[in-house]
Design a protein around this ligand. Sequence first.
Ligand SMILES: Cc1cc2nc3c(=O)[nH]c(=O)nc-3n(C[C@H](O)[C@H](O)[C@H](O)COP(=O)(O)O)c2cc1C
Length: 442
Amino acid sequence: MTYRNPPTTPRKSATFDDYTLSEIRRAAATGIYDIRGGGAKRKLPHFDDLLVLGASISRYPLEGYRERCDTGVVLGSRHAKKPIELKIPITIAGMSFGSLSGPAKEALGRGATLSGTSTTTGDGGMTEEERGHSKTLVYQYLPSRYGMNPRDLRRADAIEIVIGQGAKPGGGGMLLGQKISDRVAEMRTLPKGIDQRSASRHPDWTGPDDLEIKILELREITDWEKPIYVKVGGARPYYDTALAVKSGADVVVIDGMQGGTAATQEVFIENVGQPTLACIRPAVQALQDLGMHRKVQLIISGGIRNGADVAKALALGVDAVSIGTAALVALGDNDPRWEADYNALGTTAGAYDDWHEGRDPAGITTQDPELMKRLDPIAAGRRLANYLKVMTLEAQTIARACGKNSLHNLEPEDLVALTIEAAAMAGVPLAGTNWIPGKNGF
Ligand SMILES: Cc1cc2nc3c(=O)[nH]c(=O)nc-3n(C[C@H](O)[C@H](O)[C@H](O)COP(=O)(O)O)c2cc1C
């Protein structure tokens, strides 16, 4: 006689969950790894795991509507003759032309300019749309060198040497053939319609000593006018920050593993790098150890969504944050009004799984002329400016409640953590205790 369990609710495995099973089946059926856009989707320690304390008997709050709370920031004052002056400490991160359409680049420029902040080029070079509509434009100098030329270096307001991205530290970029239009191919001097895999490392230098020479070269080309940023993926933030400073960087940009990408292997996005929250304290510590905190500015990116994230990042010692995914959403990306079109692509609005495919129903991550028409760059730029305004007001509200007349006066003392992990990573006490796990080390 066969023994049968009495009927119970069927239980699925936490290890072999539905997504894992579907991925095994997909791999078995196709023999290729999955490529997607977006950042890490797994739950990671993040700014939600921190809380702001606000004023109490020992702290005196400022009045929300009457008392000033400064938001401006100067980037690149270490060596550059013309540092960047921004009205808000939120910048638009580098997103390649190719991954984004020309009108999307224009919209980013418009929104950033209305808000008094900068936008950034990306792999594939500088477009007239973004130069023309961005008051302050940072030019990325990437391993691929696609579209790179000295003329555009001089037309930029700052230069960002990209060593890595949070979504793929150590990995190169990808742009699938569907997105290589005539224009993209021409700018990259590569064939149309063929998948492009950008280099993962710079062709002409291998380490910090060479980086120093490269930075000097870029300064000479631009007459020592432009700030030089160095961007790294969140891998070894203490040493990367120290080495970037030693190499002469004016600004260090660290992109944590929640940071978005246009296209990368899923296994890479979810398994390589450190969460944004875990990168901040070591980077700030490196700057403090070198006596360079606030002299070399620190920008953090990867999963920044609202004014609370901004306030918490600044309280931990960063000078500014940068946004990619949230800026695209503000423009109109992954909007539920296009749900039927997303479904037709085999995804859903909010999953950000379509960025690499070039069929973006919102007309943002595409080179398709018909889809591109769906984005009105003027209206989209206004939406981005509205969003940046709300983020700034939110951060100011929090700062005033902590008694700070500048966002940059927020400090670790204003924060507690909800979990032991976040307390250890951020270097702030666990809520309800005065315990900072791992203090004196990281
Ligand atoms: C569509 C898209 C394209 C991107 N292209 C580039 C690029 O060309 N160069 C680069 O350094 N980073 C690139 N990134 C990463 C962003 O610069 C930034 O590090 C990241 O988006 C920040 O995280 P967030 O998206 O969570 O805000 C891209 C990101 C997205 C979403």
